[in-house]
Ligand binder design. Sequence first.
Ligand SMILES: [Zn+2]
Length: 119
Amino acid sequence: MNCYYTFSMITQCTDCSNTGKKDQFCDKCIKVADYFDVFQYTNDVDNKELVGRIKAYRWKDALDYVKKSFFADNFDLVTNCEKDFAFVEKKFDKEKVIGYKLYLNPIHGNDKITLWNLT
Ligand SMILES: [Zn+2]
């Protein structure tokens, strides 16, 4: 999956780089986290509500967290990236959809919202 905008960066250390695996990280790798604002929506995708913020190194980590934490099971989840956000949603039937949109938040001020730190 390719999400377009990201400020996060993981530079693998020599050891990890030598494994040839892009998912290999350790404490010696240089990692910079991003903040992802999580909005919940039901049925009407434009009517969304901020439920919290995820601090993570990658879109993938943030999306995996949403899948695990906000859905009772992982069946039939639709995950995708749009130009400036990613989403995970589940359609229960034609009428009912529950989903979460994730936006990168480069400012992440000290506002009092729940922070899930995955770093
Ligand atoms: Zn490493």
